[in-house]
Design a protein around this ligand. Structure first.
Ligand code: FMN
Length: 355
């Protein structure tokens, strides 16, 4: 970064990451499902919801502090679980967790992380573990126990990958492209391919959720819910939270963006659990729109990877700091000073009479 001006937007971090990464690694992180219809929708949806500027309000004290599932945070912007961060930086998820903490945030670590849960736990920072269930429940139980021991304070079950979306770029072929969890599970005489087959995936169903709830001893969030009926049933089942997400446009191509899906989901859960959201957030004002529609927190995927790739922990911190500063500015320009006060009154409605 030495010969460049300091990044002013996350797009500056993107350009720095492009310069730092090989084309195949970049392609893996940028990849989307099929024709990228949902990914494009997520990029463009923000302009379909214009914001409503309000004036003559003292917003000098506008602040972004918030509380999410018992964590007091300086920002509602959280690094999303993104697999294999060791591909872009030698410290991988360790740098992401530290950078998030420095920015007043909390990182969600992928179960396909490059770094082991024990290493992450030793940082002493707050973090949540994202999980895909393994074929064998006793192995999953062991992973959950280790996550608890390493200080994970919530489990995020990703439910939108019953099958992998069809993506062109595929995986990177590199020794770095193996999650720590799999490396740790290799038994004597086994190859990596054997471990993949033995541990495999297990469909997340409603009965599987019950099993998780009976074993986890941690709050459980479901990530990848877009449908209000699923959201209502999940809230009724007692989950702590939902993440409204299209998996960064990498799963069902053609589904709506999180911003569009949020209002009926928020109505359906009716305050029974926290609702978070992600997808295509590249500006603080994008996060503002999600928060205004009822999201308690906003996850950020690829921009965090760009910061990590270009400058490790400092890059991650900068990405969250930039988005948070933009959020504070957008709040102030909409006459808002508190995250907890945000609602859809920040959306511009054409021809709305004075109230
Ligand atoms: C390369 C890549 C890997 C990902 N890995 C995971 C994962 O392991 N688990 C998961 O729940 N979501 C995963 N996601 C989805 C993110 O958590 C998040 O939903 C998405 O990236 C948000 O969109 P954004 O990148 O536009 O911010 C991944 C996304 C990308 C781009």
């Amino acid at each position: 970064m030495a010969d460049r001006p300091p990044p002013f937007s996350v797009q500056d971090w993107r350009r720095a990451a492009e310069a730092a990464l090989s084309p195949d690694v970049l392609a893996y992180f940028e990849d989307v499902a099929e024709d990228g219809v949902t990914a494009l929708r997520e990029r463009n949806v923000w302009s379909s919801v214009p914001l409503r500027p309000r004036v003559l309000v003292d917003t000098s004290e506008a602040e972004t502090t918030t509380e999410i599932l018992g964590h007091s945070l300086g920002t509602p912007l959280l690094p999303a679980p993104v697999a294999l961060q060791g591909l872009v930086h030698p410290e991988g998820e360790l740098a992401t967790v530290r950078g998030a903490t420095a920015a007043g945030s909390l990182a969600i670590v992928s179960s396909a992380s490059s770094m082991s849960m024990d290493e992450i736990g030793r940082l002493g920072c707050p973090w949540w573990l994202q999980l895909y269930p393994l074929a064998d429940r006793s192995l999953t139980a062991e992973v959950i126990g280790r996550a608890r021991a390493a200080g994970a304070s919530a489990l995020v079950l990703t439910v939108d990958v019953p099958v992998l979306g069809r993506r062109a770029a595929g995986l990177v072929s590199s020794p770095q492209a193996v999650p720590a969890l799999l490396r740790e599970m290799i038994q004597p005489g086994e190859t990596l391919a054997d471990v993949y087959v033995r541990t495999g995936g297990r469909p997340v169903t409603w009965s599987e959720l019950e099993w998780f709830q009976s074993r986890a001893e941690l709050p459980i969030l479901l990530k990848g819910v877009l449908d209000p009926t699923d959201a209502r049933d999940a809230a009724a089942a007692g989950v702590a939270g939902l993440v409204v997400s299209t998996h960064g446009g990498r799963q069902l191509d053609g589904c709506p963006s999180a911003l569009e899906a949020l209002p009926p989901v928020v109505d359906a859960v009716a305050g029974r659990c926290a609702v978070l959201a992600d997808g295509g957030v590249r500006r603080g004002s994008h996060a503002l729109r999600l928060l205004a529609r009822g999201a308690a927190g906003v996850l950020v995927g690829r921009p965090v990877i760009w910061g990590l790739a270009a400058d490790g922990e400092a890059g991650v911190r900068s990405v969250i700091d930039i988005l948070t500063a933009e959020l504070r500015t957008a709040m102030a320009l909409c006459g808002q000073t508190r995250i907890s006060d945000l609602d859809r009154s920040v959306e511009w409605r054409p021809n709305e009479p004075a109230s």
